[in-house]
Design a protein around this ligand. Structure first.
Ligand code: AKG
Length: 301
């Protein structure tokens, strides 16, 4: 489903939006089949939680960064046309990079998932978000399970409640604007990110939010996290990001994945665009050898 303009306006006004139905039921069902190659099905986990000690280590233990994922139906969600279209419209450019992909599973009782409120820019950029949206980042959670108030929803704080707070609140960063946000502060105004599977939360990196805990036993939550950024105008190295895709490039599944993408989709991962001076007869030939099956014609000068 196309992400409505009204939802994108909400990101400017409130700092986030929750859009139901971005994925249809068939897409959700197909993606969930892939999930179980990475994380235990809830019935398997709850039948014997001790069989999955790795999920108990801490609140981040259920994150799988093994991208591309085991199935195409799951992997393809990271280039889902309606999501990419919404991200491009919000960022106001099609020069967009996808800088993080994570598949996160949480199970009631496995560990303590509660977090303090924080803004994501802290570990997504070397600098700070610029007010006017220059080189902006947009972070997203796609819900792959129905999420109710009992299912450890993300709790997010509409911007209007934090407009008075300085952007730099880091306890480690003491300066004249230093302020400590106590753990319980903002709890009264936070909004739970709930919705049926297939919903997407889109939010800015200057918005306070936190992970919350399950309030009922036997519950689980599965999400796909995709984070995007408008590339700085003029290109060049970026000061923002989370992972370096070239670090995956020697892996066969990655090579197959990249070969399978369209030219536009490949660009999300920083692959040189058609028309880039990088392309010449030598690079066309050698890159083609590195990615068997990739159609190199669009890159031919
Ligand atoms: O899992 C969640 O609901 C939120 C996680 C989060 O905000 C974080 O880890 O930065």
């Amino acid at each position: 489903m196309r992400i409505p303009d009204e939802s994108l306006r909400e990101i400017d006004e409130r700092g986030y939006t929750i859009v139901e139905g971005v994925l249809d039921a068939d897409e959700v069902a197909a993606a969930r089949e892939g999930l179980w190659h990475h994380h235990p099905r809830p019935e398997d986990y709850f039948a014997d939680p001790d069989a999955f000690p790795h999920l108990a280590a801490n609140g981040f233990a259920g994150i799988d960064r093994g991208f591309p994922f085991a199935t195409w139906d799951l992997t393809r969600l990271c280039v889902h046309p309606d999501l990419i279209d919404g991200v491009e419209r919000y960022l106001g450019t099609d020069d967009v990079g996808l800088y993080k992909v994570e598949l996160w599973a949480k199970y009631a009782g496995a560990t303590d998932y509660e977090q303090a409120h924080h803004r994501d820019y802290g570990n997504h950029t070397l600098v700070v978000p610029r007010d006017d949206g220059y080189a902006r980042q947009l972070t997203t959670f796609t819900l792959l399970s129905d999420v109710t108030e009992a299912d450890a929803p993300t709790k997010i704080v509409p911007l209007e409640h934090t407009a008075h707070l300085p952007l730099v609140l880091d306890r480690m960063h003491v300066n004249e604007r230093f302020t400590v946000l106590s753990k319980g502060e903002l709890v009264d105004v936070e909004v739970p990110v709930v919705g049926p599977a297939g919903s997407v939360l889109l939010y800015r990196t200057d918005v306070f939010h936190r992970a919350s805990g399950f309030t009922e036993p036997g519950r689980s939550r599965f999400t796909l996290l995709l984070d995007f950024q408008a590339r700085p105008p003029g290109g060049g190295p970026s000061w923002a990001g989370k992972v370096a895709w070239p670090n995956h490039a020697t892996l066969r599944p990655w090579q197959e994945f990249l070969a399978r993408l369209s030219v536009r989709e490949r660009d999300l991962f920083g692959f040189p665009k058609p028309g880039d001076p990088y392309w010449n007869e030598q690079t066309l030939c050698d890159v083609g050898a590195r990615y068997p099956g990739m159609d190199m014609e669009p890159y031919r000068p």
